[in-house]
Design a protein around this ligand. Structure first.
Ligand code: ADP
Ligand code: MG
Length: 348
């Protein structure tokens, strides 16, 4: 569906070491904690008085991304930023990544370089160093595994999923459901294109939603905003599987319940417009869509004044004592029980 590159260098003509050199040589180390990057058996890092956060995500072709509509540069960018998001969700800062890739000979050296140019762009934007990885062949499909290393200032600054207290305010950054509607558009265009490969995909006007899905950003700013206001969230998680699922993680791990309000859920007007085109309730996209990479967090009641006017943050509800009871209060004051799965019944 998206145009492929014209020049093509076969991976086996280049060889593993030349390929590694070509994809990694333009990366520069930025961080003090990166002592030694690519080139030896291990990278060397130094964190004398910090706590270290580590997380890995594995992306599998056909499961996590569809080569028909995923530009390789965006794939590289997204593979990096979704990992950064996990570090921000602990209230830390990402500093290094390692990247493992497995590729079949269906991919050219140019294709791999394109993935790496996306990774490099993400590393530059977020001041993260690529310090290593592994490169191997695959019999089918493309696999990308990214491990991110981040730092937390100290024990007290780390925010877990299990710290929410009764009456804490539930907050969310940015807006929800946009990424899911971006995916819906791409799936629709793919179906049209498969029926008639001469048809050009009609993606104009939906750039924001497509960007949210194909090239998501991680919320580096929330950490800074909260720090400036001296607020440490009581619990936090990033929204990768949809608001319902992430609320469920915070509530079950904190042994609490929650009330959230439909009219407080931040949804972009473009998401609403496209959801209507697809006959999807926008609130369903927000609760069950996923891949928003926004942050969901809880704060103490006393911090209400400090957050209520921050434009990047919406207060959507509060934590309750009723363990395992997650309620959505709709526009017309109906209380709907939220379930992480099978919650689609609300659609009507
Ligand atoms: P080893 O045999 O010890 O696994 P490699 O030859 O695989 O070493 O890797 C050589 C160097 O290149 C190492 O520093 C490794 O971290 C780095 N490297 C290998 N593949 C990648 C990759 N896909 N992305 C980034 N760095 C890589
Ligand atoms: Mg290796």
């Amino acid at each position: 569906m998206f145009e492929s590159k014209e020049s093509r260098t076969e991976l086996k003509s280049l060889g593993e070491f030349k390929l590694i050199d070509e994809i990694t040589s333009s990366f520069k180390l930025e961080n003090k904690s990166s002592i030694y990057g690519v080139g030896d058996d291990c990278a060397v890092l130094s964190y004398p008085d910090k706590k270290i956060l580590v997380s890995t995500d594995l992306l599998v072709e056909g499961v996590h991304f569809d080569m028909v509509y995923t530009p390789l540069m965006h794939l590289g960018y997204k593979a990096a930023t979704v990992n950064f998001s996990d570090i921000y969700a602990m209230n830390g800062k990402p500093k290094q990544i390692t990247v493992g890739i497995a590729v079949s000979n269906r991919f050219s050296a140019e294709a791999i370089k394109e993935i790496y140019s996306g990774i490099e762009q993400a590393c530059k934007n977020y001041h993260v160093d690529l310090v290593g990885g592994d490169t191997t062949s695959s019999l089918g499909g493309l696999f990308i595994s990214v491990t991110v290393i981040g730092e937390a200032e100290n024990d007290k600054s780390i925010v877990y999923r299990n710290g929410a207290k009764t009456n804490d305010l539930i907050c969310v950054s940015g807006n929800l459901g946009a990424s899911y509607m971006g995916l819906m558009i791409l799936e629709r265009e793919k179906t049209t294109w498969q029926a008639n490969p001469n048809m050009q995909p009609d993606l104009a006007g939906n750039e924001y939603l497509l960007q949210r899905f194909l090239r998501p950003e991680a919320r580096f700013d929330i950490h800074e905003i909260l720090k400036a206001k001296k607020i440490v969230p009581t619990a936090m998680i990033d929204i990768s599987d949809g608001l319902a699922s992430e609320l469920n993680h915070i509530c079950s791990q904190s042994k609490k319940g929650c009330n959230v309000y439909e009219d407080k859920i931040p949804i972009d007007p473009e998401t609403i417009l496209v959801a209507e085109e697809f006959n999807i309730n926008p609130i369903t996209a927000a609760f069950n869509g996923g891949e928003d990479y926004e942050l969901l967090f809880t704060i103490d009641q006393k911090d209400y004044e400090a957050v209520k006017d921050i434009p990047q943050i919406s207060i959507i509800g509060h934590i309750t004592d009723n363990e395992k009871e997650m309620s959505l209060i709709t526009h017309d004051n109906v209380v709907v029980e939220l379930k992480a799965q099978g919650w689609d019944s609300f659609r009507n």
